[in-house]
Ligand binder design. Structure first.
Ligand SMILES: *[C@@H]1O[C@H](CO)[C@@H](O)[C@H](O)[C@H]1NC(C)=O
Ligand SMILES: *[C@@H]1O[C@H](CO)[C@@H](O)[C@H](O)[C@H]1NC(C)=O
Length: 402
């Protein structure tokens, strides 16, 4: 058996060699632009944004597939905005194996809202083992200090706006000042094997924020951060999240909705196979208590393991962080067809399932199927306000749905 196995592996290795040779041949046909050839110094000390833009411009000029390479090393990068408006190529591979570092002084990024931005780009794959290190710690300290209000808001590490056909694969984001990755007004975006990390105490460091976008998939990602692992804003459609490890964090959240009176809805969101640990909330839908015209429709949370989560399952239509200066009307956001299936684990608060819905727009079509959440090895509780739905299989804590 062992012999056969070895022989088998030998053959697979051989196949790999052939494949690697083939792929380097095809690479030779693709135009490759290395940032080092555009003057980037990989020492982490001198700003490389001119070199990074130079390589982008060159790649953009190519009709057909092309690639940009950032080899191992440290690259200091000031805020940089990539535009796809003048790009001829719609197939750019951006391979990042180096560490991209933000300037030491948080004011440099702090006053702009994007550190690395992509706008109107069509057809881009960012991959490699590289890291974006925004060095956010000193800004978090500022925000949490006694003159917190005077600190700048901070920049999102990676922002994609008005983009199509984007793949982000393998890279890491470390210590963002504000959000790590934002997808806004995009179509067909795949995030895969992305790693995101910031301290649990870091303010507003959402992992991945999606809004006004269609066809975003997030797979095999690990997020440890101070706010939501994934936050889902108005206008999100056909979002698929699969195999996510999350926490510390504020879990996976739809909302906050009803920030504005006029808002697009959220529809067709699936979260499948998640582990959420040491988080304030697990799977959440939240809206401010404002009569906005938004909605949430067709959401499935399936196969989620909660480990020490304060509010594992929650819909909150009276969202009011810090309990001050919040609207106190009834939420106008209509929430319907939300399925919770095979969700188990431990709650750190007694109420493990909470549906606090709007009196004028009750939550409808809530489905609870095979739920087992416990509180200190005891039975947990459910809370329902204006929530209508049904139960399938064994559901603990006992449902209070109408
Ligand atoms: C819902 O979204 C998924 C991708 O997340 C897609 O495959 C499916 O077709 C969508 N369903 C509808 C009804 O649009
Ligand atoms: C629920 O989970 C607890 C803890 O893991 C376990 O002891 C219990 O048997 C489970 N209940 C059901 C109905 O599966």
């Amino acid at each position: 058996m062992a012999y056969i196995k070895t022989k088998h592996m030998f053959f697979i290795n051989f196949l790999f060699m052939v494949l690697i040779n083939l792929s380097s041949l095809s690479l030779a046909d693709t135009k490759v632009y290395n940032v080092l050839n555009f003057g980037a110094k990989p020492n982490g000390l001198v700003d490389t944004s001119k070199a990074f833009l130079g390589a982008w411009k060159a790649a953009c000029e190519v009709e057909g597939p092309t690639s940009i390479i950032v080899p191992k090393g440290r690259y200091l990068l000031n805020p940089i905005q990539y535009s796809g408006v003048d790009c001829k190529s719609n197939d750019i591979a951006f391979v990042i194996d180096g560490t991209i570092v933000a300037p030491r002084d948080y004011q440099v990024l702090g006053g702009v809202d994007r550190w690395v931005g992509f706008d109107r780009v069509r057809g881009l794959t960012i991959s490699g083992h590289g890291t974006f290190d925004a060095k956010g710690v000193s800004l978090w300290d500022c925000k949490q200090g006694k003159d917190g209000e005077k600190c700048p808001q901070g920049a999102t590490t990676l922002t994609f706006t008005n983009c199509n056909n984007i793949v982000i694969k393998g890279i890491s984001s470390l210590n963002s000042q504000l959000y790590h990755i934002v997808i806004n007004v995009c179509k067909n975006v795949a995030l895969e094997a992305v790693k995101i990390r910031a301290a649990g105490r870091s303010p507003n460091t959402d992992g991945i924020h999606v809004q006004q976008s269609t066809g975003v998939t997030i797979k095999n990602v690990i997020v440890k951060t101070g706010d939501d692992c994934v936050s889902i804003g108005p206008g999100t459609k056909n979002l698929w999240i699969e195999r996510i490890v999350c926490g510390p964090s504020h879990g996976i959240s739809i909302g906050s909705l009803a920030k504005d009176m006029d808002e697009e809805g959220v529809q067709n969101v699936t979260v499948k196979t998640a582990v959420i640990s040491y988080s304030n909330t697990g799977v959440r839908i939240k809206s401010w208590a404002r009569p906005s015209n938004g909605f949430v429709q067709g959401v499935t949370f399936e196969d989620v393991l909660m480990r020490n989560v304060w509010n594992p399952i929650i819909i909150n239509q009276n969202y009011c962080p810090h309990q001050k200066n919040c609207p106190t009307q009834e939420s106008g956001v209509e929430i319907k067809d939300v399925t919770y299936k095979h969700i188990r684990g431990t709650s750190l608060s007694e109420v493990a399932v909470k549906f606090d819905c709007s009196a004028t727009n009750p939550c409808k079509g809530i489905k609870l199927q095979n739920i087992n959440l416990t509180y200190r090895n005891r039975e947990a509780q459910s809370y329902c306000q204006n929530a209508v739905g049904k139960v399938l299989g064994v559901v603990q804590p006992k449902s209070c749905l109408n």
